[in-house]
Ligand binder design. Structure first.
Ligand code: HEC
Length: 140
């Protein structure tokens, strides 16, 4: 009896190991070439640059104010600390919620949809300005 238990335990372990190996093979990320990476980086920089243009323009609001008037540089907005509790909204929010809070309040504009290319562009610009800074979610 004891022996049968040992044998079935061994079988279980082997099956689990085998499944792990198969999973590891099939769940590997897609491979890409250096040219792919270069092209993707270029595409990213175009979007981040568009974010910078929006940052210094009054386009997102209705009162002729730009983000840059209050936050001269995107790095000052600490994107690496999101999600975090922000007292303006009274709960834990994502960076995009804070971006929309500023558009709606200080800039008296209409909030952007979360998948709006302008939202993605501002996020890209802010994250790029803080590249290399360790993530610190929740930090104040
Ligand atoms: C009239 C001034 C003003 C303008 C214009 C403004 N903001 Fe803000 N912003 C604030 C204030 C005030 C806060 C809250 C400060 C805090 O809690 O850190 C803030 C906070 C933020 C934060 C969070 C900062 C942090 O450290 O957590 C982000 C991100 C942000 N703003 C983005 C934007 C964007 C994007 C725009 C333009 C669309 C913008 N802001 C325009 C005043 C402004």
């Amino acid at each position: 009896m004891k022996r049968m238990l040992t044998v079935s335990l061994l079988v279980c372990v082997l099956v689990a190991l085998g499944a792990g190996l198969v999973l590891q093979r099939t769940s590997r990320a897609d491979e890409f070439t250096e040219q792919d990476a270069e092209r993707w980086q270029k595409e990213f920089m175009v979007v981040a640059q568009k974010g910078r243009e929006l940052w210094v323009s009054p386009k997102l609001g209705t009162n002729q104010v730009s983000c840059a008037q209050c936050h001269p540089n995107g790095a000052n907005t600490h994107p690496e600390t999101y999600p975090k509790f922000q007292k303006q909204l009274g709960r834990v929010i994502g960076l995009r919620d804070m971006i929309n809070w500023c558009i709606m309040n200080p800039m008296e504009g209409k909030p952007l949809k979360l998948n709006d290319p302008n939202m993605v562009a501002i996020e890209a610009y802010l994250a790029y300005e803080r590249r290399g800074v360790p993530l610190a979610p929740g930090k104040h």
